[in-house]
Design a protein around this ligand. Structure first.
Ligand SMILES: Nc1nc2c(ncn2[C@@H]2O[C@H](COP(=O)(O)OP(=O)(O)O)[C@@H](O)[C@H]2O)c(=O)[nH]1
Ligand SMILES: Nc1ncnc2c1ncn2[C@@H]1O[C@H](COP(=O)(O)OP(=O)(O)O)[C@@H](O)[C@H]1O
Length: 329
């Protein structure tokens, strides 16, 4: 596994731990971990937030304390945590005795992702992610009819695991919706330019969907995987079929609506399509759902009825969960 030797960590007692004199000792510190010139104090409530464990940084050189920006969702404040320093500026935090899927957390304090966020935010940053199991490397393809909730579920995943997942930004000739930003939601492309780039072999897959051209460029996938994150592709069934046939070994998930009526209600409520586009998407939806369920392309079929329940199924499903090369104690 190559991790740095696990350093068991004493609980902070009389203000001294790992040789760092703590001037203004933060309250209820459970763990202190020394990495280089810094000591990371983990415990208590994060800035009076009872739902997430606190993190403070002590810099040996300046003898200053920092309260970093904390990204991701950390474990709840409680007793009984232990910490182990891993490679790539990560700290493994284990809560012994809690249910398996609530016992492993990673605090990134100097990973490539945290360094990227520090540069962006110009502040001290740390990022929590929950350690789960599954297959850490494979990209994830999520398909489903327009309006079913793919984008919503993907945003929830990326919000909870900011350092684990990256979204592959597709190209499309469709015009942007009011809240969509070029280069973030899509690369909004000219048809001729996109067709030429497809011919030049720059695309992993492409398809005509609801009358527009959509495609995943190799560059978009690489932009995510080069950042050390797991790539999520939101593509239609045709695209999923092409990816399945390609060398890109991915995990395939299809999201179904509870009913066509509910799908129509959601499309209408979203208010991003004209009546004509809604009708076209609904006509296509029936065939897409049939293909999604019966094609055998998708290893996981999710029914997005209750959003929270569907999201939980997405996260805890044996196919998706992410191995973090966790050393179980
Ligand atoms: N094949 C393929 N389909 C894509 C790609 N990007 C988006 N799509 C699919 O195109 C369809 C329409 O996407 P969009 O216009 O954003 O509508 P939405 O599904 O209602 O969000 C959806 O099924 C997407 O999954 C892509 O790069 N390749
Ligand atoms: N489980 C759900 N119950 C009710 N509304 C939902 C649910 N999931 C998503 N929505 C809503 O349905 C609309 C379509 O969701 P979206 O994520 O844009 O779908 P897609 O990306 O598949 O086109 C959005 O307004 C979203 O807030």
């Amino acid at each position: 596994m190559g991790e740095a030797p696990a350093i068991s960590v004493d609980h902070l007692e009389n203000g001294h731990s790992n040789g760092v004199y703590v001037k203004s000792e933060p309250k209820n510190i459970e763990i202190s971990v020394e990495i280089g010139d810094r000591t990371f104090m983990i415990g208590g409530n994060h800035e009076r937030n009872n739902f997430s464990i606190g993190v403070q940084i002590h810099d040996k050189n300046s003898n200053n304390w920092f309260s970093p920006i904390v990204l991701g969702t950390g474990p709840k404040p409680s007793q009984g945590y232990s910490a182990f320093v891993l490679e790539q500026g990560r700290i493994l935090v284990i809560k012994k005795g809690s249910p398996r899927n609530e016992s492993i957390w990673f605090l990134e304090v100097d990973s490539p992702y945290v360094r990227e966020q520090k540069k962006l935010l110009r502040k001290e940053v740390v990022a929590w992610s929950k350690g789960v199991r599954g297959n850490a490397e494979k990209p994830i393809v999520i398909s489903g009819p327009s309006g079913v909730g793919k984008g919503t579920l993907i945003s929830m995943l990326m919000k909870e695991f900011p350092s684990m997942f990256g979204f592959s930004v597709s190209h499309t000739t469709r015009s942007p919706r009011s809240m969509e930003r070029d280069g973030v939601h899509y690369h909004f492309a000219d048809k001729k330019v996109m067709e030429k780039e497809i011919k030049d072999g720059k695309f992993l897959e492409f398809a005509s969907v609801h009358g527009n051209l959509y495609g995943t460029s190799i560059e978009s996938v690489e932009a995510v995987t080069d950042s050390g994150k797991r790539c999520i592709l939101d593509i239609d069934v045709q695209g999923a079929r092409s990816v399945r046939a390609s060398s890109l070994d991915a995990i395939f998930i299809f999201v179904c609506p509870p009913s066509m009526k509910e799908l129509e209600d959601r499309l209408r409520a979203r208010g991003t399509e004209t009546e004509e586009q809604i009708q076209k998407r609904l006509r296509n939806a029936e065939a897409e759902i049939k293909e999604g369920i019966s094609s055998g392309i998708f290893g996981l079929i999710l029914y997005n009825d209750n959003l929270e329940e569907c999201y939980k199924k997405l996260k805890v499903n044996r196919l998706l969960l992410i191995a973090q090369n966790v050393v179980m104690f």
